[in-house]
Design a protein around this ligand. Sequence first.
Ligand SMILES: N[C@@H](CCC(=O)N[C@@H](CS)C(=O)NCC(=O)O)C(=O)O
Length: 248
Amino acid sequence: MMVAADSTVRPAAPLPGRRLVLVSHSLCPYVQRAVIALREKGVAFERIDIDLANKPAWFLALSPLGKTPLLLVPRAGRFEAVFESAAICEYLDETEAPALHPAEPLERARHRAWVEVASATLDLVWRYYTAPDAAALEACRLELAARFGQWERALSPGPWFGGDRFSLVDAAFAPVLRYFEVFDSFHPTRLIAPGSKLARWARALAARPSVRAAVSPGYARALREFVERQQGELGRLSSNAPTTKETS
Ligand SMILES: N[C@@H](CCC(=O)N[C@@H](CS)C(=O)NCC(=O)O)C(=O)O
């Protein structure tokens, strides 16, 4: 998924230190997963936001697909780079307490599979905010509604995806649901039925400190500006609606 080109710094190559470094982009939903995992575990890290429209050479040398997030792990005076959000979150889960994946193998496999569902949904979200006209937007909304219906059936009674423990699945879905907090503020999608398990889950995720800290205070405005630059139907609806009140 391609994201915004501006409002990012262009750092020099990070110098090896003792802390983990998360190479990020301010709007990237996959980065948010890694930040949430790091914060849930209370691990100190440095976040470096880069410009994905002008990728630094050091980043391209470390990230085979040229994508954020990238986790730089200090090792013997240099950095080892871990790429792909799932690999990063799994690495953090294997090295830092508390465990965010369930211990039971079948339940863990189910959680890993649902992380993939969250990733596939991010592709659909991209199609939603780039849909060229009202008919395409509505077609994507209906696809999303079918997905959201699946989640409602898969969700535990709560508060989290699998029950009473926050997990990596929660970290993977939180950025998906955050999009709709912003989109619904100017064009209601009616994807989350009031009183549903999904509504309660979305509220719990939005209030979770690790989730709130995964984006900067200007996120909602920056996301709307980014969507408006896509010049699709949702961007037009955003331009014609009042400014978002910041919720993050
Ligand atoms: N499968 C990757 C997806 C990461 C991804 O798509 N990152 C986007 C930003 S949200 C990116 O870096 N895009 C730049 C590009 O594709 O050139 C993951 O889970 O980490």
